[in-house]
Design a protein around this ligand. Structure first.
Ligand SMILES: Nc1ncnc2c1ncn2[C@@H]1O[C@H](COP(=O)(O)OP(=O)(O)OP(=O)(O)O)[C@@H](O)[C@H]1O
Ligand SMILES: [Mg+2]
Length: 359
């Protein structure tokens, strides 16, 4: 499919076909700030109705990529099309099709939720009656109807973020960009916001591109994830595929602590259909590669039938954190603390890592 899309750029007929398939097409997009290469020749496609996540540490180039795609900053090199329109030559058309939610957006504390949304909607030239209806519908969607006439200044950060989210939807964009949508929210509000993102994607069929440096968020929400580090996409796939690449298998790995582990128990577990591989780590510890929904129950049954007692079970499946570590040689958190280093230092480290990755 990739090569077909690449070939298609030259042919108008195929380009139309591409727009149907991919809401975003990015080719060699680059942004330099002086000597700093913030986004370094990235190429990717986002499919229609997909939730696509950019995962990467602070300073990786996530916001800059999104800002280019929203036409807020011009690329230094490369090209991109959003909803079939070139982000440089057809910037006005692109803006009609996209909504952006970022923490930098200004809201007026003294105005009510409704007034803030109305002000924003007017900027898009939406007729008053239609705008009123849409605001009420969107407030309902985020369970904020009863706060319609309250000043934004009195809201908690979670409530504020919900208003911010629907503000990005006021002109019913085909594509919604969310820059760190749950940053700074408490776990409950973050959960609600994620649930809302899933719902608008589902119900309104909005294509969503979000950035995050939270592995779990990317894993939970995104159909596909692009891992970005030092301005480059180092991997792009579904969370499941990314994790499979690291573990080398689709099997789930469970580790059991069984204080009275016996040879009979091991043989019984080995004979189960769900067991792919088994290894004894210590006299009381078993690592089992399993497949299928009933694997856990079956193993517990086999152990108990021989009088075994299970003291603990751990799921050793790789996380996206492991994927990041294996691809970049460093942890997302390491890179966060590195943000305080100078630009020059950052480049040094970046090239060292890239060399290390190429091997
Ligand atoms: N307007 C600008 N002028 C100069 N440098 C910039 C500018 N905007 C971003 N940068 C630099 O470009 C790099 C990428 O920044 P960007 O904001 O895209 O990262 P990010 O992945 O969004 O990070 P975060 O997770 O912290 O939001 C950083 O080193 C940043 O300092
Ligand atoms: Mg950012």
């Amino acid at each position: 499919m990739e090569s077909r899309q690449e070939r298609a750029h030259g042919s108008p007929a195929l380009r139309v076909e591409n727009v149907k398939l991919n809401i975003i097409e990015v080719d060699g997009l680059t942004k330099k700030f002086g000597d700093l290469v913030a986004v370094d020749h990235v190429s990717f496609q986002v499919k229609r109705k997909e939730i696509f996540g950019f995962l990467g540490p602070n300073g990786a180039g996530k916001t800059t990529t999104i800002r280019m795609l929203c036409t807020l900053t011009r690329p230094t090199e490369g090209s991109a099309a959003v909803a079939g329109h070139d982000i440089v030559r057809e910037a006005d058309e692109v803006r009609e099709h996209v909504g952006l939610v970022s923490e930098k957006m200004i809201m007026y504390d003294r105005l009510t939720a409704y007034e803030n949304l109305k002000l924003f909607g007017k900027l898009y030239g939406i007729p008053s009656k239609l705008l009123e209806e849409r605001i009420d519908e969107l407030l309902g969607l985020v369970h904020m109807s009863k706060w319609r006439n309250h000043q934004i200044g009195t809201f908690s950060s979670g409530m504020r973020q919900r208003i911010n989210l629907i503000r990005g939807l006021i002109h019913l964009p085909e594509v919604l960009f969310l820059d760190e949508p749950t940053l700074g929210l408490d776990p409950q509000s973050a959960l609600e916001v994620r649930e809302f993102i899933g719902r608008i994607n589902d119900e309104q069929e909005t294509s969503i591109i979000l950035t995050t440096h939270m592995m779990l968020e990317a894993d939970m929400l995104c159909d596909r994830v692009g891992i970005i580090d030092y301005g480059r996409i180092v991997a792009l796939d579904t969370p499941t595929e990314l994790k499979t690449q690291v573990s080398g298998s689709r099997a789930t790995v469970l580790e059991f602590d069984i204080p009275n582990l016996s040879q009979e128990m091991i043989l019984k577990i080995e004979a189960l259909d769900c067991t792919e591989k088994l290894s004894q780590e210590t006299p009381t510890q078993l690592k089992v590669h399993v497949k299928g929904q009933d694997a856990f129950d079956n193993i517990v049954g086999a152990v108990r039938s021989d009088g075994g007692r299970i003291a603990a079970v751990r799921n050793l499946d790789p996380t996206l954190e492991d994927v990041f570590l294996s691809l970049t040689g460093h942890e997302v958190r390491d890179a966060v603390t590195e943000k305080v280093t100078t630009t020059e230092h950052r480049h040094d480290m970046g090239s060292q890592r890239r060399r290390a990755r190429v091997r």
